[in-house]
Every structure is written in structure tokens, then in C-alpha cells.
Design a protein around this ligand. Structure first.
Ligand SMILES: C[S@@+](CC[C@H](N)C(=O)[O-])C[C@H]1O[C@@H](n2cnc3c(N)ncnc32)[C@H](O)[C@@H]1O
Length: 336
């Protein structure tokens, strides 16, 4: 048996692991980049605002961390036109085998210096964590084997104990939680690499008040396989994922960036993706245009659904003299 973080890491990224062997996320769960181009178009609008705030640098980066099959990076590449498109450098950062795509540079590690927009779309939920539980009144890490048998054993580090006390206090025998300090660390590192511009994490997650209120007594770790939610066995057969404590990630970045945490449905509307069905009269004059506009409205509605993807959090940090309100106007705080 080994602790959940090691088991999760090996199951996804170790030799023969789920992502390491090239399983495509889109074959197992539906994410916004595979719905259509609308998320990419919204991000190109955001990138345009970053470009304006930076006074149009000679080279403008779009970096997609945890790029999966590269759908988002490719769609951003194709959606960005004009002068911005000519100055744009698109990079996909991915541990899994690269999917070479025209105009997109692939790499396994973060670029050293980003001027532009770095995005982690459903990246942080795939970053492994330790799992902790209350056992005989003590807070212990949970060990697991590849069949999913578990045992609480060993000890948490002081930093992990502090993280739980601050962000996810566990009360009651058997209560368990994912220790999000690993996500905080990778996110803070990614944001630190943005010399000027913005970094955006888009993910499903939870907030401290809900965690402390015991809304997730068993934690949120789960598995996905071929479109179905399945038990989280760390045997390499399936994706493993858990909600992201986006408020903790926000604080880990510190005060060097100007930060907002808002809901996807509101952020997309602020970037011009408000949807709305086409006028009925168009169906008579141009039926194909009406069909295309209706399909687009349906995709935007899916991205903005408040009981679905619209509930995702957008954690946006502006850096290098850029203000978050230059990029997204004042929006209500995220309430997942
Ligand atoms: C849930 S998938 C999301 C894929 C894509 N962004 C999307 O939304 O469809 C997470 C991806 O992050 C990648 N990943 C996880 N940790 C990574 C890291 N440290 N560097 C690069 N890629 C990573 C995984 O290999 C996987 O492809």
C-alpha cells in the first residue's frame, strides 16, 4: 500500500498510467474544449484584453497547461486573427504524448517566462493529492492498494496539517478530505512564470465555508472511465480526479497578482458569450444560418448551464501591472 498521492500519481502519470499511455480525456469525460470553439473564442477575447493592457507586445503567449488532446490550444490558434494572430505564440504543456498540431508548440514542462495568458483548463483537478482521514481521533493519511483497499497509516507533514486546519477542517471519526497543498504549489509556480499578463485556472471545486460545513464528508475523489463515473481505483485503468479548493489556490499565489474568482457562466457572458436563440425570421430567409446559430446558442448554453459547466470557477490573476478588472469587469464572487 502507498499513500493516495503516490498511488494517484502512478495511476495517471507513471509507466503505463492512464494519461501517460495517451488516453484522451475527451474519450472519458466531456470538457468544454471538446464541445466546440466557443470557450476558445471567449479566451481569445480575454487574450485581446490582455494584449491591450500590455500595449501589444511583439510576441504574445497563449499557454495551455494540461492541454490533453490540444483541442483548446488548436481552437485558440485558429480563432485568433489579424495582428494579434500574427504575434501569437501558442504552447501546449502536457505530460501525456504530444498531439502535433499546426501552429502549436508542445512541451512537457512550463515555459520559463510567459507574456500573455496562461490557462489551466481542468488541469488542477488532475493533480494528485494525499487523502487524510480522522481515525481514532487522529488525523492520518490514507494508504491504498491498486484494488482500492485502504488503511489509515503514517503521518501527515506539519504543512499538510496546517493546510487542513486552514482550508478543510475535519470533524468526526471517518471524515476525509483531499489535501490541496499540492495543487496550491503547482498553481503558484505556474502563475509565477507569467511575467506580465494573466493566469486563469478553470475547474470545478469548492469553497472553505462549504468544506467546513461538512458538505463533503467523504471528500470528492472519484474516477471516470468511458463517460461514466466509477470507483477511484488507482490501477491505471481510469481517470482519477477531485474537486479543487480554488480559494486555497488563490491565496497560495499571494498578493503579487490582482485576483478574482468568479463563475464561468458570468465570465463567459462578460466576454461576449451570452448565447440567445437566433431570430425566428432567419429560419425562413437563411435556414442554414439559422441552424448554425441555433447550434452555437446550444453550445453556449451548455457552457453556461448553472447546474453544469457554468458552475465552474474561473480563478484569474493579473500580473505585471495589469489589473484583473481591465480583463473582467466586476462580477459576483463565485458560489459553486
Ligand atoms: C482532466 S485533463 C484536461 C484536459 C484538457 N485541458 C481539457 O480540458 O479537455 C488533465 C490533463 O492535465 C495533464 N496534466 C496533469 N498534470 C500535468 C502537468 N504537471 N503538466 C502538464 N500536463 C499535466 C494530464 O495529462 C491531462 O491530459
Amino acid at each position: 500500500m502507498r499513500d493516495w498521492r503516490e498511488a494517484w500519481q502512478a495511476a495517471l502519470y507513471g509507466p503505463g498510467g492512464f494519461f501517460a499511455r495517451g488516453e484522451q480525456p475527451s474519450a472519458h469525460f466531456r470538457t468544454a474544449p471538446v464541445i466546440g470553439r466557443e470557450l476558445a473564442e471567449a479566451l481569445v477575447e480575454l487574450l485581446g484584453r490582455v494584449d491591450t493592457a500590455l500595449d501589444h507586445p511583439a510576441a504574445l503567449d497563449f499557454v495551455d497547461v494540461g492541454a490533453g488532446g490540444g483541442e483548446l490550444a488548436q481552437a485558440v490558434r485558429e480563432s485568433a486573427g489579424g495582428d494579434l494572430g500574427r504575434r501569437l505564440r501558442v504552447t501546449a504543456v502536457e505530460l501525456a504524448p504530444a498531439r502535433p498540431t499546426e501552429g502549436v508548440r508542445w512541451r512537457r514542462d512550463l515555459p520559463e517566462r510567459v507574456v500573455g495568458l496562461l490557462v489551466g483548463h481542468e488541469w488542477l483537478d488532475a493533480v494528485p493529492c494525499r487523502v487524510a482521514t480522522v481515525h481514532n481521533g487522529l488525523l492520518l493519511p490514507v494508504l491504498v492498494d491498486t484494488q482500492g483497499n485502504e488503511a489509515p497509516s503514517g503521518s501527515l507533514t506539519e504543512a499538510e496539517g496546517d493546510w487542513l486546519a486552514r482550508w478543510w477542517p475535519l470533524a468526526g471519526e471517518g471524515a476525509r478530505a483531499e489535501v490541496g497543498s499540492t495543487r496550491d504549489a503547482v498553481w503558484a509556480t505556474a502563475v509565477a512564470g507569467v511575467a506580465a499578463g494573466a493566469a486563469l485556472a478553470v475547474d470545478y471545486g469548492h469553497l472553505a465555508a462549504d468544506r467546513a460545513a461538512g458538505r463533503f464528508p467523504d471528500g470528492t475523489l472519484t474516477g471516470y472511465l468511458a463517460g461514466r463515473q466509477v470507483a477511484p481505483l488507482p490501477d491505471g485503468s481510469r481517470d482519477l480526479t477531485a474537486h479543487v479548493a480554488l480559494d486555497a489556490c488563490a491565496e497560495a499565489v499571494g498578493t503579487g497578482a490582482d485576483t478574482v474568482l468568479v463563475a464561468q457562466h458570468a465570465a463567459l457572458a462578460a466576454l461576449g458569450m451570452s448565447g440567445g436563440s437566433p431570430a425566428a425570421a432567419l429560419a425562413a430567409t437563411d435556414p442554414l444560418a439559422w441552424l448554425a446559430a441555433s447550434a452555437r446558442a446550444g453550445r453556449i448554453a451548455e457552457l453556461r448551464a448553472r447546474d453544469g459547466l457554468g458552475r465552474f470557477g474561473w480563478l484569474l490573476h493579473a500580473t505585471g501591472g495589469v489589473r484583473a478588472t481591465d480583463l473582467l469587469p466586476s462580477l459576483p464572487a463565485w458560489q459553486p
